[in-house]
Design a protein around this ligand. Structure first.
Ligand code: PLP
Length: 437
């Protein structure tokens, strides 16, 4: 923890509460300085409860208990009250929405039953959740393990913003998840006494989720590492949760197994409706913590620090997004429509699967294992992925992403089902042409 001279007494109070547990040992310098002020927001929340005569705390223009609202805006949001449309939301999110999300986490992850986890904190999108975690837990000398290749935002968050090191472990070997490579990377890092890792399943860019057996092995490696004396921080980026298209896939988040695994394991679930509920632009996400070793007072202290991080950056997440989401989640049509959307994505996956399975003999392109999510990636052999991307785009009008020199990512989620075969035929024939050049 930091010896910085800028530690506020309130931060010190939280640090003292957290010191005996894993969260206290893992805090970055910035994390150890953070606290939630007993200022405007806290006093305003108190006034909301007890200020029955008048509430002169918050910086909004209020008339007879409702915020003022322009008619043009109210007309566009007819289902929202002025408070639901333009009032400030609490720093850590609309409590009703956070409770609904907590209930859904337990429902989607039955293995969590009996585990004590925190109330999800609402943040403006999963990216913001990752960014706050980086603030709280990464310093210059921290190493964050993640599967390689990874989503390109991870390196931007961990290295560019926080000056930490993002270290990739190889995801696959011989066409399968490389569990021994994962174990070696974790054990190597455990020699420093601390392992920080970011696991993202279904993974971006490969579109892979571990099978039930592989998931159990990952959890075993993490638990054994903790038993051997290292502190293990696991970020579970569940952005694409539930989009699984094969029967042997682990259906629950790894968080379900790690939240109560060992007192030296601190698990964080980063999830949200962005992809799960098809609301990319609403900008809402959640951070939920679980550790066998932490009690309620320590959880509260940790949440206060995160709430401080939100307060000093974006202050709070947009209110209309939260109000609309709450109504959407509880709408009777939502579950059925989500099932239909998932079926559509599964159908696209199956068309891609069929094409890839019938092109296994290609010597220039090889698909990485994929079974879930929005994407799949193709390894380029003897040609550059960027050159392939350029040719596909400029000669055929097909947009893809070259994620590094050797890998091309294809988001089949955003291609109409009837175009998929043509797109893949073009990718494979263009790669052949490039190789012959
Ligand atoms: C692995 C992963 N995590 C997080 C996100 C971002 O989610 P959000 O749009 O809610 O910030 C994405 C989006 O592409 C992603 O692929």
């Amino acid at each position: 923890m930091s010896n910085s001279q800028h530690i506020h007494p309130l931060a010190q109070e939280l640090n003292t509460i957290l010191a005996p547990c894993i969260a206290g040992r893992l805090l970055s310098e910035l994390g150890s300085r953070l606290y939630f002020p007993k200022g405007i927001i806290a006093q305003s929340a108190e006034a909301k409860k007890y200020g029955k005569t008048a509430n002169a705390t918050i910086g909004m223009a209020v008339n007879h208990g409702q915020p003022l609202i322009l008619s043009a805006l109210q007309d566009q949001l007819p289902s929202l009250s002025p408070g639901e449309a333009v009032g400030y939301a609490p720093t850590a999110g609309n409590p009703e929405l956070c409770q609904v999300w907590l209930d859904s986490i337990y429902e989607k992850n039955p293995s969590l039953k009996g585990s004590q986890i925190t109330m999800p904190i609402l943040v403006p999108g999963l990216t913001a959740g990752l960014f706050y975690l980086a603030d709280m837990f990464l310093d210059d000398d921290s190493v964050l393990l993640t599967g390689a290749p990874a989503w390109d935002n991870y390196v931007l968050i961990a290295e560019t913003r926080r000056n930490a090191t993002l270290k990739g472990f190889s995801m696959f070997k011989d066409g399968k998840f490389d569990i021994s490579g994962f174990g070696e990377a974790v054990r190597e890092q455990a020699k420093t006494g601390t392992v920080r890792m970011l696991l993202n399943f279904p993974q971006n860019p490969s579109g892979y989720t571990p099978t039930k057996t592989e998931a159990a092995e990952i959890v075993k490696i993490i638990t054994e590492t903790a038993e051997d004396g290292a502190d293990v921080l696991v970020w579970c980026d569940d952005a694409y949760f539930d989009l699984d298209y094969e029967n042997d896939i682990e259906p629950q988040s790894l968080f379900a197994y790690l939240a109560n695994a060992h007192e030296r394991v601190l698990a964080v679930k980063i999830d949200g409706p962005t992809k799960e509920d098809y609301v990319w632009g609403l900008r809402t996400g959640f951070l939920t913590f679980g550790s066998k070793g932490m009690n309620k007072e320590q959880y509260d202290a940790l949440i206060k620090k995160f709430t401080g991080a939100i307060r000093c950056s974006v202050s709070c997440t947009a209110t209309p997004s939260q109000s609309l989401l709450l109504k959407t989640i509880s709408d009777s049509r939502t579950e059925q429509e989500k099932k239909a959307f998932k079926e559509l994505l599964k159908e696209r996956y199956q068309v891609v699967r069929k094409f890839i399975d019938s092109h296994k003999d290609s010597t220039v392109l090889e698909a990485l294992p994929f079974n879930s999510g929005y994407f799949m990636s193709i390894k380029c052999k003897g040609i550059a992925a960027e050159e392939l991307r350029q040719k596909l785009l400029h000669e055929h009008g097909i947009g893809t992403v070259s994620i590094d020199e050797r890998h091309l990512r294809v988001a089949f989620s955003s291609v109409d089902t009837e175009k998929i075969e043509m797109v893949y035929n073009t990718i494979f024939s263009t790669a052949e042409e490039l190789r012959k050049k």
